[in-house]
Design a protein around this ligand. Structure first.
Ligand SMILES: [Zn+2]
Length: 373
């Protein structure tokens, strides 16, 4: 077992983390290798972005909107909306309501929509069906309980693009603060086969209305329909703290405690289920990203990690009670889940081999400049 000398990655987190002779992990090495290709900074970034905006407008000459922008109320997506308008995009905002929004996130979305005078489409997931899928992921004992939400958002953004004749999806993904990934900690963002397998094994109803997308569908959207994803924050020297300040000053945006606490389920999952059942602390991933991007030192990160999550024991109990009630799970069923043997996505039918193969092909195409960075 070894920890990276630069970030917080440790080989104990899974076989995907490797430390080389110099003491650096593969994620830090990849970051240094890729950051120049994946991101542009300063005036170079702004110029590149302005070019994208002009080309994109030409692709949408007859359209009211020229991009789809998914908004959660969190800092990344709200800052993305702010920047998109600033640079001349005409976005249609899309929000996916999975039934677990916090009042803060709803308020933040309203503030951005009003402040920027943009249109918003909200897709509301059928809660009976969606919560059944969430229960299935809990019962499967895999650490991928956030995948039902992430997958649905992705598919509904493609759907909105198709319905509104838009060929660009702006994403808040950014290489500065989201460079790392541990598949053993979370897998399935593009894998309908895996999601369906979990539901077939542990779900109690068919997924009739839940958004679906197979790999051939993905190919159809990205390649045949030529719908592009633009990770705009990669052009803007993105720093989360500075972004929060802009949002507070311009929109009276409200800051969350914790990175992903725009959803009560995310809070429950990341602060209770993942650490207690799987020994996974997602903050490690996020803090390592910030260290790599030189937005934090390792000492500062360790200091944050040494503190518990924000909730007190009594607040935690209230949260668990609330979640279990809404999920229609009893205390004893939850205890069984928490004590059950942990599994990985690889224990279920999945498309990971194809997903990896596609990623590898993309890397090769990028080398020959046949696929954008
Ligand atoms: Zn590292």
């Amino acid at each position: 077992m070894a920890e990276c000398i630069k970030c917080l990655m440790d080989t104990e987190y899974g076989g995907s983390i490797r430390i080389d002779r110099s003491g650096l992990c593969n994620q830090c090495i990849d970051f240094v290798k890729n950051v120049r290709n994946r991101t542009k900074s300063g005036s170079e970034g702004e110029q590149a972005l302005r070019k994208i905006v002009i080309n994109n407008r030409q692709r949408h000459s007859n359209n009211e909107y020229d991009c789809i922008l998914g908004i959660s109320g969190g800092v990344d997506s709200c800052f993305l909306a702010h920047s998109a308008v600033k640079f001349g995009f005409k976005p249609l905002l899309v929000h996916v309501d999975n039934g677990w929004n916090t009042p803060t996130s709803v308020g933040n979305i309203e503030k951005i929509v009003d402040g920027l005078n943009l249109d918003l489409v909200t897709y509301v997931l059928d809660f009976e069906e969606f919560s059944s899928l969430q229960r299935a992921f809990l019962k499967a004992s895999v650490p991928d309980g956030e995948i039902p939400t992430d997958f649905a958002i992705q598919v509904l953004l493609w759907k909105a693009a198709r319905e509104h004749g838009v060929k660009t999806i702006l994403t808040g993904m950014n290489y500065f603060t989201e460079s790392g990934h541990i598949p053993e900690w979370s897998y399935g963002h593009s894998d309908w086969k895996y999601i369906n397998a979990i539901n077939e094994a542990f779900g109690d109803r068919p997924l009739n209305s839940y958004p679906k997308m197979t790999l051939p569908d993905l190919f159809k959207f990205t390649y045949l329909r030529n719908i592009k994803r633009v990770s705009m924050l990669n052009y803007l020297d993105y720093e989360r703290v500075a972004a929060e300040k802009v949002l507070v000053e311009n929109y009276d945006w409200e800051k969350y405690v914790g990175k992903h606490n725009e959803s009560t389920y995310t809070k429950f999952y990341q602060e209770i289920v993942l650490p207690s059942k799987f020994g996974i602390d997602k903050r490690i991933l996020h803090l390592s990203d910030l260290i790599r991007a030189n937005q934090m030192t390792k000492v500062q990160a360790k200091e944050i990690l040494s503190k518990d999550f924000s909730s007190s024991a009594s607040k935690e109990r209230i949260l668990i009670k609330y979640i279990l009630k809404r999920l229609a799970l009893s205390e004893s069923e939850f205890q069984v889940i928490m004590n059950d043997k942990n599994q990985l996505y690889s224990d279920f039918p999945n498309n990971s081999r194809y997903v990896s193969a596609i990623r590898a092909i993309i890397q090769i195409l990028r080398k020959f400049k046949m696929y954008p960075h």
